[in-house]
Design a protein around this ligand. Structure first.
Ligand SMILES: NC(=O)c1ccc[n+]([C@@H]2O[C@H](COP(=O)([O-])OP(=O)(O)OC[C@H]3O[C@@H](n4cnc5c(N)ncnc54)[C@H](OP(=O)(O)O)[C@@H]3O)[C@@H](O)[C@H]2O)c1
Length: 282
């Protein structure tokens, strides 16, 4: 985990980006700015300001505003993601006890396991392994509420609203969607692993990610997550599942583009053929 000093540097002590000539003087003056020395912000390399760069992007990670209360990354990811794990599990328990709904159907259980598999990884494994910077409290609260509601919505719809017909078409759709989900999950987990290993424990530097899908796109972890939820939507074939996939695209698609621009401005030797989110295209 981060040292207290590194955590303070990442959350609240780093001044807001200033004009280019001011930054070298600031970096020479104070210890917490060692982070800035290791990672010259885009403003030093182009006329575009960091504020412009993080516009319309969720303000955590490299775009965190640098003020306000924060929580260590591991605890933050656990708190904000675990409601999405608990909500469908509690619903399943309640449904089984009440003996209602279609909770025993194979398709329903497969999809529920799919959803729970992702959130078990994100809330119980990713949160323990992450080497990210502290997360602002308001992001945690917003994400926890959102994850809880989404977990409830997906669980409720699967357990109480849909009934999968045992036809060839349903079987093929489930299989195709589940396969896409597994491909996405593999890309996501592998990309998270690559990102994590770019840092030693306690470091907060940014380096160029290499290997896996990062050879093709800057947002390989986001591409994996998007494939996961598109696969889930194909398998479920329901409005809530497609809505969730659409939200994911809208939420982390732009983040991949912001990261891509950030890398291009931060690293002069950034691979020119690498795209933001979709290999060879975008
Ligand atoms: N379904 C959804 O709507 C949704 C929404 C958000 C996130 N997610 C998923 O949650 C996971 C994490 O999301 P995120 O937005 O935190 O991803 P991210 O910005 O790519 O960061 C992932 C982790 O890697 C670190 N990192 C990123 N780039 C790095 C680099 N070049 N060098 C060193 N370390 C680097 C980050 O540290 P810092 O924190 O210090 O930047 C963070 O700990 C992803 O797999 C994403 O798909 C899903």
């Amino acid at each position: 985990m981060l040292s207290e000093r590194a955590a303070r540097a990442a959350c609240g002590r780093i001044p807001k980006p200033r004009t280019a000539p001011q930054i070298p003087r600031l970096m020479a003056r104070s210890e917490p700015n060692r982070y800035l020395q290791q990672n010259p912000p885009p403003v030093l390399r182009s006329g575009r300001t960091a504020d412009q760069n993080r516009r319309a992007c969720a303000l955590y990670g490299r775009y965190a505003p640098g003020r306000g209360r924060c929580c260590p990354a591991g605890l933050a990811w656990f708190l904000q993601e675990v409601p999405a794990l608990l909500a469908p599990l509690l619903l399943l328990l309640w449904t089984e006890q009440a003996g209602s709904g279609s909770g025993s159907g194979t398709g329903t259980l497969l999809l529920l396991c799919t959803f729970v598999l992702h959130y078990s990884y994100r809330s119980l494994i990713y949160s323990v392994l992450t080497r990210g910077r502290p997360v602002p409290l308001h992001i945690i609260v917003f994400s926890a509420v959102f994850c809880g509601l989404n977990g409830f919505l997906q669980g409720h719809h699967l357990l109480h609203c849909v009934h999968f017909q045992h036809t060839w078409m349903t079987g093929a759709r489930l299989a195709a969607g589940w396969f896409l989900f597994l491909v996405g999950l593999s890309i996501n987990v592998h990309s998270d692993h690559i990102l994590r290993n770019l840092r030693k424990p306690g470091e907060l530097v940014y380096r160029i990610p290499r290997g896996g899908m990062f050879e093709f796109v800057s947002g390989a972890n986001f591409l994996g997550e998007i494939l996961e939820w598109c696969g889930y939507a194909v398998a479920a074939g329901s409005l809530p599942a497609f809505a969730w996939a659409f939200f994911t695209v809208c939420s982390i698609g732009p983040r991949a583009c912001h990261h891509h621009r950030d890398y291009q401005q931060r690293f002069e030797d950034y691979p020119p053929s690498r795209k933001a989110l979709i290999p060879f295209l975008l």
